[in-house]
Design a protein around this ligand. Structure first.
Ligand SMILES: [Zn+2]
Length: 186
């Protein structure tokens, strides 16, 4: 099928604050300045019993904001994650301009990144950014066909009626992220 490659457009960071906690975006951005070019930072301490006590040291805060032990931070993570969001947003803009179908090829992937935490090689949620952008023009459905549960996209839109999230995935008993989907409080 003939296709056209389109350069990624610029976007303002305010859209990141509309889908992610400012803490997460600040943290990833701060690591761009604080990590040496050769450094790989994996979380070591997970203060899950004291969520009210955020570690003050940036390096120790990784376990406070990350859901697993295999999503490293490097000094380029912010730049890469932000570029992936920009690619998804460019796709959304092209759809709004009447171009269909549009395919946004992004790495890092994005769908495990929740509103306030990152993990599963995902730092910012690209699909959520695109869905949020498209929701200004009507109701949106996100169909996640990855084998693993799209916990991040679901988390971001859990309390919103304008974006529906559907995830076809393997049982969390067998597959990452190994925790079940959120259930509505009774
Ligand atoms: Zn997957």
């Amino acid at each position: 099928m003939p296709h056209e490659r389109v350069p990624t457009r610029c976007f303002k960071d305010y859209i990141l604050r509309e889908i992610h906690d400012p803490d997460l975006a600040y943290y990833l951005q701060a690591m761009l300045e604080n990590l040496a070019p050769s450094a790989l930072l994996y979380p070591e301490v997970f203060p899950v019993r004291r969520p009210d006590r955020r570690p003050l040291e940036l390096e120790a805060r990784a376990g406070y904001l990350c859901i697993d032990t295999f999503t490293p931070l490097t000094h380029n993570v912010w730049r890469a994650a932000r570029a992936a969001v920009g690619t998804a947003l460019t796709g959304a803009e092209l759809v709004l301009e009447g171009n269909r179908p549009v395919y946004a090829l992004t790495r890092p992937p994005g769908h495990y990144a929740e509103r306030g935490v990152y993990g599963g090689f995902c730092y910012l949620n690209n699909a959520a950014a695109a869905a949020h952008r498209l929701s200004c023009h009507g109701r949106v459905s996100v169909l996640d066909i990855d084998y693993h549960h799209g916990n991040g996209t679901q988390d971001i839109f859990w309390h919103r009626g304008d974006v529906q999230t559907l995830s076809i995935h393997g049982s969390p008993s067998l597959a990452y992220p190994h925790f079940p989907a959120r259930r509505r409080a009774r």
